[in-house]
Design a protein around this ligand. Sequence first.
Ligand SMILES: C[S@@+](CC[C@H](N)C(=O)[O-])C[C@H]1O[C@@H](n2cnc3c(N)ncnc32)[C@H](O)[C@@H]1O
Length: 267
Amino acid sequence: MTQEKTHRPDKETSNLGGIYCENSTWLPEDDALAERLGLPRISKIPDRGSVLIVSEKGLSLLSMDDQGMAMRVGVDFTSGDWQRRIASVRRERIIRAMGRKADRTTTIIDATGGLGRDAFLLAAAGFQVQVVERNPLLAALLEDGLLRAGESRFTRDISARISLTCGDACHYLERQQQRAGIVYLDPLFPAQKKSAKVKKELQVIREIAAGDDDPTRLFAAALKGATERVVVKRPQHGPWLDDRPPSYCVSGKIVRFDIYLLNIKNR
Ligand SMILES: C[S@@+](CC[C@H](N)C(=O)[O-])C[C@H]1O[C@@H](n2cnc3c(N)ncnc32)[C@H](O)[C@@H]1O
């Protein structure tokens, strides 16, 4: 993972109680992670709040709500659910929204990485994906998921097509040497009725990244930073981002992809 200099870990992870190790030994890389995220090591899981857990199965975030209900979220692209999704990835609307067949030369910048589900679908279809996620905790969970996907023979090639940068995508887009063909945005939007699992992951993203979003600024940077198209995920009946009508849409039951066609020669 590339780390931009601009991020401040103590701001984004201040609502976390600390980092807890389920393994018998605490490894040097666990120390490095705790330091990078500005988290204290803790020896007991608290009854309330959130805690980052390091275990043999990877990194996960454990959150306890006010009723003491626990919710644990990690990134596992090697699960059976993912295998099934990868097998029929060409039918995914997000792939159709990209409007072209994947080839090695097409890089998509996923400027709102989150837990990387959309990026993984794009890479599974064959695109090279540059993910930018500004929240260091989400970036750490995604980095861990990608590393483990790189160890499985089923997902190794997909993982290898994804690069991750922890930082602000507006800066990233402004500083890129050459504009990307496609920029993809999935800004946070109000909760929808989704499957329990997706809802759980979105809930965690919301908890951690809420208030960080400035989609208008990001949208402007994306329109300047792409040559071919900007694709924006929206709720099915939600307004256009920045009230700007798209060139066309690819709609599903829950979400819609708004496609903004650009016709800009690369610099
Ligand atoms: C709805 S989530 C994206 C979920 C993602 N598409 C997935 O499949 O898991 C939006 C994410 O965008 C990130 N974000 C918002 N503004 C950003 C920016 N300017 N630069 C980088 N990341 C940003 C938030 O931290 C949050 O994780």
